[in-house]
Design a protein around this ligand. Structure first.
Ligand SMILES: Nc1ncnc2c1ncn2[C@@H]1O[C@H](COP(=O)(O)OP(=O)(O)OP(=O)(O)O)[C@@H](O)[C@H]1O
Length: 327
């Protein structure tokens, strides 16, 4: 038993010798028993990362280990639900579950599989090819959960489910994770839904890990600040601006503030800043006490993720740094 469910060291994947890097220089560690959200824009490398962890792709460089070993050796202990939910179209729902039971004789939880399928009112005799996208997702999740995996890798598992099914299946996932100590790694674009269910975050952008760590630590490492902007910094419309110190987002701010200007943000790291009317707001990683004059508030997970997505040049915050910054 290892306390690390998934670890990557300088992990990189390039498709074809002349292709670009889908993932590059990714180093992070995910403790066992956590529910981890993988977020990032389209094409960021999320599916590639999950497929590498599932052992369906081989790294071009670096290393990925799951449950203390290489992905191929851990295959029976992992379940992976790919974005396109590959199932045999000619089989019925019931036959699909029987195949799952045959392939996983030691661990199969038939009762759980049947319960998940029944909760969607699926006719067990219906062929997979005649199911809707959301119904297929339900069958794929039933197969994955009934395998009682130690690590569950889910690539946008909830994307095609209706709101009630999303809620119900997310509840089932969380209940199983709590009951069996399952580690879940789940990519999603619906950040608001992750706040209550996930405790760890990996934000990937352009093939690199930009944020990694416990969500509480990452939130604690950031602060929203606001103050009245002076005329020098306040354009008429709401738009991203340079801060009073003139720092670029993602870099520690530098020059001193002028008399009457909003307080200086040096030496903090500015992730994003905006001026709306005369109000200047920013999301920063404080590098020490904030000057008097800033009103501060805690960001939500959605605030944090959106700020990094809007500012691809913002400085990354990765494992060791995340813990230090929150201390
Ligand atoms: N089989 C492949 N062959 C060539 N390039 C690929 C292949 N799979 C992915 N890529 C490229 O790798 C990059 C990362 O793709 P990936 O599917 O991992 O992104 P993603 O973050 O999952 O995106 P999305 O949110 O759209 O699902 C993209 O530039 C994509 O074009």
């Amino acid at each position: 038993m290892t306390d690390t469910a998934l670890a990557a060291t300088a992990l990189g994947k390039r498709f074809g010798r002349r292709g670009g890097w889908a993932l590059r220089d990714c180093t992070f560690r995910l403790p066992a028993g956590r529910v981890c959200a993988v977020v990032g824009p389209n094409g960021a490398g999320k599916s590639t990362l999950l497929a590498l962890a599932a052992g369906l792709l081989a790294p071009t460089e670096g290393r990925v280990t799951v449950l203390g070993t290489d992905p191929a050796s851990a295959r029976t202990r992992i379940a992976y639900v790919a974005q396109d939910k590959p199932l045999y179209p000619q089989l019925s729902v019931a036959e699909t579950l029987l195949v799952g039971a045959d392939l996983n004789p030691e661990r199969w939880d038939a009762e759980a599989a049947e319960r998940i399928v029944a909760a969607g009112d699926l006719d067990p005799g219906k062929k997979i090819r005649s199911l809707s996208g959301g119904q297929r997702t339900r069958v794929a999740l039933a197969l994955a959960l009934a395998k009682r995996p130690e690590l569950l890798l889910l690539d946008e598992p909830l994307a095609d489910l209706d709101p009630l099914a999303r809620h119900e299946l997310m509840g089932t996932l969380m209940a199983r994770a709590a009951q069996y100590g399952t580690t879940i790694v789940m990519s999603s674009h619906v950040v608001a839904e992750l706040e209550d269910s996930c405790d760890h975050l990996l934000l990937v952008g352009a093939g690199r890990v930009r944020l990694a760590g416990e969500i509480d630590d990452l939130l604690a490492a950031h602060t929203r600040v606001s103050a009245l902007a002076d005329a020098r910094t306040a354009p008429a419309d709401a738009s991203p601006v340079s801060l009073p110190s003139g720092s670029a987002p993602g870099t520690p701010s530098g020059s001193p503030s002028s008399p009457g200007a909003a307080p200086d943000l040096a030496p903090h790291t500015v992730v994003e800043s905006r001026v709306t009317g005369r109000q200047l707001t920013a999301l920063v990683r404080p590098g020490g006490p904030l000057a008097d004059g800033w009103r501060t508030s805690a960001p939500s997970l959605e605030d944090l993720v959106l700020a990094y997505l809007r500012n691809p040049q913002a400085a990354p915050l990765v494992p060791a740094e995340a813990e230090e910054a929150a201390a």
